[in-house]
Design a protein around this ligand. Structure first.
Ligand SMILES: *Cc1c(COP(=O)(O)O)cnc(C)c1O
Ligand code: SF4
Length: 367
């Protein structure tokens, strides 16, 4: 069987490579691919059923990437929240550590479109050492998200080294990997890689499925291997116009993810990234999708819908209006739209009898 490295080498990197099979005119797309790199490996290419389908749209350059005017290159202000190159420290107790500049497929909607796969993003032994030093020196960081680019494109040895260094830092309680590899090049999830990963528990992996057609026997097998190694799997989906902006498609995606042991984690409103404006939907559409999921299917399959605040404010959850009013009485709307009332506890009430501790058990009153 072909190795994942060989498969990656056979990737398509020019729009002209699509002409013979799909009959498209590559000329207007050449400029786009020069500005933002193109890489569609043979596996992901095989998922395309027709021109402009949801797989195509994620992978093949579009002239729309050039006409976008309102969006900045780095809307999340990652560069300003980077104390050292390739490390973003935005939240109090966790940090995002970028350890690879390449991906197995360059998503056209990528938030780090400004730099992944290009000269602007340099990752080398030195930047990784600097990141590790920063993490060693900041004992408030208990959770590190190893990302990129795609960290699982590194060799097993490199991954082993980075995870080993992270694990040797006492205050780092959990390690998370952010990788699209299980979706775009599942052949990379080899038994050898699994042997490396399973040494560094507690290790979590968040992957990135956007459409039910991405769930195949190969991606299911990759997820099974990871889950069998005791690695809890989560999924971060980006809401994308023309790809998954449909409550039925999204419901099918979430349900199918659960069948391959991947737990939906976030649904992202598309970031305001230069070159990706054509993928953005309204926020109302996102809210409608969550409304169509909650109560209508397994709660396990309902991700948190978030907007990553422009300017680096972090992820902010957005919910349909289930909470209608909050006072002495809480007025709630359920998934069917029916109204319910819950009698609230008055926070201003005089102090109630305090909890007593008996034989290390907490009990209230005389019980
Ligand atoms: C998303 C993100 C995290 C992790 O956020 P969680 O809500 O804990 O998953 C951490 N740092 C940065 C910079 C992020 O963008
Ligand atoms: S895999 Fe992630 S980092 Fe790489 S291009 Fe896609 S969205 Fe961007």
């Amino acid at each position: 069987m072909e190795t994942w490295q060989k498969m990656l080498q056979r990737s398509i990197t020019k729009p002209a490579d699509l002409t013979r099979k799909y009959g498209i005119d590559p000329q207007p797309l050449e400029k786009v691919a020069e500005l933002y790199p193109m890489r569609v490996n043979p596996y992901y290419l095989s998922l395309i059923r027709s021109v402009d389908d949801p797989i195509w749209r994620q992978a093949v350059p579009s002239v729309n990437e050039l006409t976008d005017s309102v969006c900045p290159a780095d809307p999340l202000d990652e560069e300003n929240q980077s104390p050292v190159t390739n490390l973003v420290h935005r939240y109090p107790d966790r940090a995002l550590f970028l350890v690879c500049a390449q991906c197995a497929m360059y998503c056209r909607f990528c938030t780090r479109k400004r730099k992944v796969g290009g000269e602007q993003m340099q990752v080398n032994r030195e930047t990784i050492e600097q990141g590790l030093d920063y993490l060693r020196g900041h004992s408030e960081i208990r959770d590190v998200i190893v990302s990129g680019g795609d960290p699982l494109l590194l060799t097993d040895e490199k991954i082993d080294w980075i995870l080993g260094e992270l694990r040797s830092i006492r205050h780092i309680e959990i390690i998370r990997i952010g990788s699209r590899i299980p979706v775009v090049l599942p052949q990379r999830i080899t038994p050898g890689l699994i042997r490396v990963l399973r040494k560094y528990q507690p290790l979590y992996l968040n992957t990135h499925f956007n459409h039910p057609d991405e769930i195949t026997t190969s991606s299911a097998k990759a997820c099974t291997r990871l889950a069998d190694a005791g690695i809890p799997l989560g999924n971060q989906t980006v809401l994308l116009r023309g790809v998954n902006d449909d409550p039925e498609v999204m419901k099918r995606l979430m349900q199918r993810l659960l069948t391959i042991r991947v737990r939906p984690y976030y649904l992202y409103q598309a970031d305001m990234v230069q070159g990706t404006d054509h993928f953005r939907t309204s926020v109302e559409e996102g809210i409608e999708i969550i409304r169509a999921l909650r109560g209508h299917t397994s709660g396990l399959g309902v991700p948190a819908y978030v907007i990553d605040a422009p300017g680096g404010g972090g992820k902010i959850p957005v919910l349909p209006d289930y909470l209608q009013s909050l006072g002495d009485e809480v007025v709630l709307k359920n998934y069917r739209g029916d109204t319910y009332r819950y009698v609230n506890v008055n926070q201003q009430q005089p102090e109630q009898e305090p909890l007593r501790v008996v034989n290390c058990k907490v009990s209230s009153g005389g019980a």
